[in-house]
Design a protein around this ligand. Structure first.
Ligand SMILES: NC(=O)c1ccc[n+]([C@@H]2O[C@H](COP(=O)([O-])OP(=O)(O)OC[C@H]3O[C@@H](n4cnc5c(N)ncnc54)[C@H](O)[C@@H]3O)[C@@H](O)[C@H]2O)c1
Length: 254
């Protein structure tokens, strides 16, 4: 693990860290020497924390349901008590449990997606901003999606939730621009994670069709999203705030 990185010992929170993009971002920050607070509703996140600690990183795991204000309150109270500050936050926990046209969607699915993808990001951002204001600034990155920049047929609720993440990102970026807090979003296209594998339902034709949707002819890797997140959190992105960065193999350029 690196010693002389700008992220060395920075208190860094990653939500939705047990799998996929969150796990790749956790690993990338760990390699740069950050002190990581990994969080997930799934206690399996502990396993990743252990694995990274075994490799010499400094990582703890705190279970939290981002859609539950009490659980989020406890997460941040623990961070405050243990560390007193927070430098970097990656709000990434999200669900995609929908596959129907808008008129066929159900209230339950709507509430679940909005609670995790929008309320969860909002609840965490509130706490992060308060902590960062108290310690002179920080960097926040939210996981939106290309579905937050354009249409997502049969996933209209998910798309609305990710447009909301872009809205939260832009508004907070402006509100705290002079307070040393930068707020940006990453907007991945299809990335090879459990979420994607669930959507494929083992159908190789679907896999080929999804790859072809991307101008580069393939889907993305979680590590490619991680690279964008680390850039947005780095000093090199000091003049970048309120941005929604596509990590999409050219998908939104069409
Ligand atoms: N994989 C893709 O193609 C893709 C594309 C664009 C955006 N995204 C977004 O990236 C983020 C990560 O997705 P992924 O592909 O890594 O999915 P994933 O399902 O592999 O991982 C998501 C993680 O979030 C956790 N999580 C779910 N609900 C939670 C809750 N209420 N509280 C705390 N943690 C919770 C899960 O336990 C899981 O570990 C999501 O916000 C997703 O919408 C994914």
């Amino acid at each position: 693990m690196a010693n002389h990185s700008q992220f060395d010992k920075k208190i860094t929170l990653v939500t939705g860290a047990a799998a996929g993009i969150g796990a790749a971002v956790a690993r990338a920050f760990a390699e740069q020497g950050a002190h990581l607070v990994l969080s997930d509703i799934n206690p399996e996140g502990k396993r990743l924390a252990q694995e990274l600690n075994d490799e010499g990183a400094s990582v703890e795991f705190i279970q939290c349901d981002v859609a539950d204000a009490k659980s989020v309150g406890e997460l941040f109270q623990t961070i405050k008590d243990k560390h007193g500050c927070l430098h970097i936050a990656f709000n990434n926990a999200g669900i995609d449990i929908e596959s129907s046209k808008l008129a066929d969607g159900t209230e339950d699915v709507f509430d679940n997606i909005m609670n995790v993808n929008v309320k969860g990001v909002w609840l965490c951002m509130q706490q992060e901003i308060k902590m960062m204001l108290a310690s002179g600034g920080g960097a926040i990155v939210n996981t939106a999606s290309i579905a937050g920049l354009g249409a997502a047929p049969t996933m209209s609720i998910y798309s609305a939730s990710k447009h909301a993440v872009v809205g939260l990102t832009k508004s907070a970026a402006i509100e705290y621009a002079k307070k040393g807090i930068r707020v940006n979003a990453v907007c991945p296209a299809v990335i090879d994670t459990d979420m994607y594998r669930r959507a494929l339902e083992g159908d190789p034709n679907k896999e080929l069709a999804i790859s072809k949707m991307h101008p580069v002819g393939r889907i993305g890797r979680p590590e490619e999203v991680a690279a964008a997140v680390l850039y947005l959190c780095s000093d090199a992105a000091g003049f970048t705030t309120g941005a929604s960065l596509p990590v999409d193999g050219g998908s939104t350029a069409i």
